[in-house]
Design a protein around this ligand. Structure first.
Ligand SMILES: O=C(O)c1ccccc1N[C@@H]1O[C@H](COP(=O)(O)O)[C@@H](O)[C@H]1O
Length: 209
């Protein structure tokens, strides 16, 4: 059986990091963009990242930010997630693996984006809402994702325990990325919702042919 990887994003509290690890998340995301309700500063990032055990990936999320900040944060991270309009060269300038988030606005040419972001370890596909870089809680039309793309796909946008299995059936992504769907309030994760999300992913995986 193929196992869909899971990233829980927007962690701000030590107890949520511990609960996410206990739930079985493969990756934990920390939002360094100050415009987010889930933003953490460098000191909090360092404290949270220190709690993460080996074999769980620490991901830093940035939105068109100062390279000097990214560089400093990278010391606490395994993977960089660029969620703004960063050009490929801007993503690749750090000595860290990186992924690029693409918001599924009308007319987005995914195969062309795969070529443009050739150095990315995966592409994260999220809903498009004008003026909001991400974390909207909105889904998008999953049928817009081609059946085969020359990059691993991380599906994001409005996921929760209620639709995770359907998302796996529809897209067969490499991974799912969820933030709002596992929260009790913005930036406050909920252990039961995290566990329910993981159970839904396992159910989706079990249903796969
Ligand atoms: O979470 C945020 O506040 C955020 C801010 C700016 C860019 C991205 C952000 N989060 C990412 O958005 C997607 C979808 O989130 P949701 O599940 O719909 O709430 C996810 O990749 C988050 O990592």
């Amino acid at each position: 059986m193929r196992r869909t990887r899971v990233k829980f994003c927007g962690l701000t509290r030590p107890e949520d990091v511990d609960a996410a690890v206990a739930a079985g998340a493969d990756a934990l995301g920390f939002v360094l963009w100050p415009g987010s309700k889930r933003a953490v500063d460098e000191a909090r990032l360092a404290a949270l990242a220190e709690r993460v055990p080996a074999f769980v990936t620490r991901v830093g999320l940035f939105v068109d930010q100062d390279p000097a900040l990214v560089e400093r944060c990278a010391a606490h991270l395994d993977l960089l997630q660029f969620h703004g309009d960063e050009a490929p060269a801007e993503c690749a300038r750090f000595e860290r693996a990186w992924i690029k988030a693409l918001r599924m606005r009308d007319g987005l040419d995914l195969p062309a984006a795969v070529d443009a972001y050739a150095g990315a370890r995966a592409l994260l596909l999220d809903a498009y809402r004008p003026g909001v870089p991400g974390g909207t809680g909105a889904t998008f039309d999953w049928s817009r994702i081609p059946a085969s793309l020359a990059k691993p796909v991380i599906l994001a946008g409005g996921l929760s325990a209620a639709n995770a299995a359907d998302a796996i059936a529809a897209v067969a992504p490499f991974a799912l990325d969820v933030s709002g769907g596992i929260e009790a309030a913005p930036g406050v994760k909920d252990a039961e919702r995290m566990a329910a999300f993981m159970a839904a992913v396992r159910e989706g995986d079990a249903r796969r042919p």
